[in-house]
Write a protein that binds this ligand. Structure first.
Ligand SMILES: Nc1ncnc2c1ncn2[C@@H]1O[C@H](COP(=O)(O)OP(=O)(O)OP(=O)(O)O)[C@@H](O)[C@H]1O
Length: 250
């Protein structure tokens, strides 16, 4: 991957739902290749609405979204959905085939891959999340944490430009949470991660965005933002009880 060039460029993106609720008021955002960025913000800030624009589930009222230089438009959606790998909060929204192998093969098979190339994609993606052993198991026999890792693999198998994760640490026990962090850190892919888990953002993402009332209210090093008590209070962000942001990053 060419680091430094933009993976994602969002310009002046505004959106109102059909009932008139204005959810985005003009979002500008550039994420460069290889960055890991956390999208923080209270309930109702517009995070999900923004994410749904990245692969064209919602289309812009105003403004533009480009992924790897390709604009999100009706005629580019197929390629955009390959480039933007969305990992839902609930893995059961993503896994629906009888075996893990078939679930991970589903996307690349849809792109036309077959035979050894398809098999390589599936194995490679499962290996990257440490789930190769589960190849022939039914997803519903796996633990929640394992299903989340397989859900990540279904997206990695598409070789996306950017991996977008919705609450990746939710419902994970501490060991699974740490293991997923290690996996995410090991991936050579651009990551945008929506999370309420501020320590997870600090651990994984050098840069964070704070969304609030449909705009990006702050954008900077995660360490700097989380050390700013005033910023956190202004946007209903709270560190866990007893958690202290280290005096110096990393
Ligand atoms: N389908 C919808 N119709 C109308 N308004 C909606 C719809 N979905 C979301 N909204 C509104 O849009 C605004 C932004 O919501 P959004 O779900 O993007 O926030 P969020 O930051 O993802 O919140 P959370 O942290 O709770 O997931 C809120 O005011 C919400 O009530």
């Amino acid at each position: 991957m060419t680091s430094g060039s933009p993976s994602l460029v969002v310009s002046r993106l505004a959106y109102a739902y059909p009932d008139g609720t204005q959810a985005l008021y003009g979002v500008d955002l550039t994420i460069r290749r290889g960055e890991r960025v956390a999208l923080l913000g209270p309930n109702g800030a517009g995070k999900t609405t923004l994410v749904m624009h990245l692969n064209g589930i919602l289309t812009a009222g105003h403004g533009t979204v480009e992924v790897g230089g390709l604009p999100v438009r009706a005629d580019t959606l197929r390629e955009i959905r390959r480039r933007v790998g969305l990992v839902f909060q609930d893995p059961d929204d993503q896994l629906f085939m009888p075996t893990v192998r078939e679930d991970v093969a589903f996307g690349p098979a849809n792109l036309g891959l077959r035979g050894a190339e398809l098999d390589r994609r599936v194995r490679d993606a499962l290996e990257r999340v440490g789930m190769l052993d589960a190849l022939d198991r039914p997803p519903h026999h796996l633990s929640f944490g394992q299903r989340r890792r397989v859900a990540v693999a279904t997206v990695l198998a598409m070789e996306p430009e950017i991996l977008v994760l919705d609450e990746p640490s939710s419902n994970l026990d501490p060991a699974s949470r740490r293991e997923l962090a290690e996996i995410l850190r090991s991936l050579d892919v651009t990551v945008l991660m929506v999370t309420h888990d501020l320590p997870y953002a600090l651990e994984l993402c050098e840069r964070s965005l704070v969304m609030s009332d449909g705009v990006i209210a702050a954008d900077g090093p995660t360490h700097t933002l989380l050390a700013d008590g005033r910023l956190l209070a202004d946007h209903r962000l709270e560190l866990p009880y007893g958690f202290a942001v280290p005096a110096h990053p990393g």
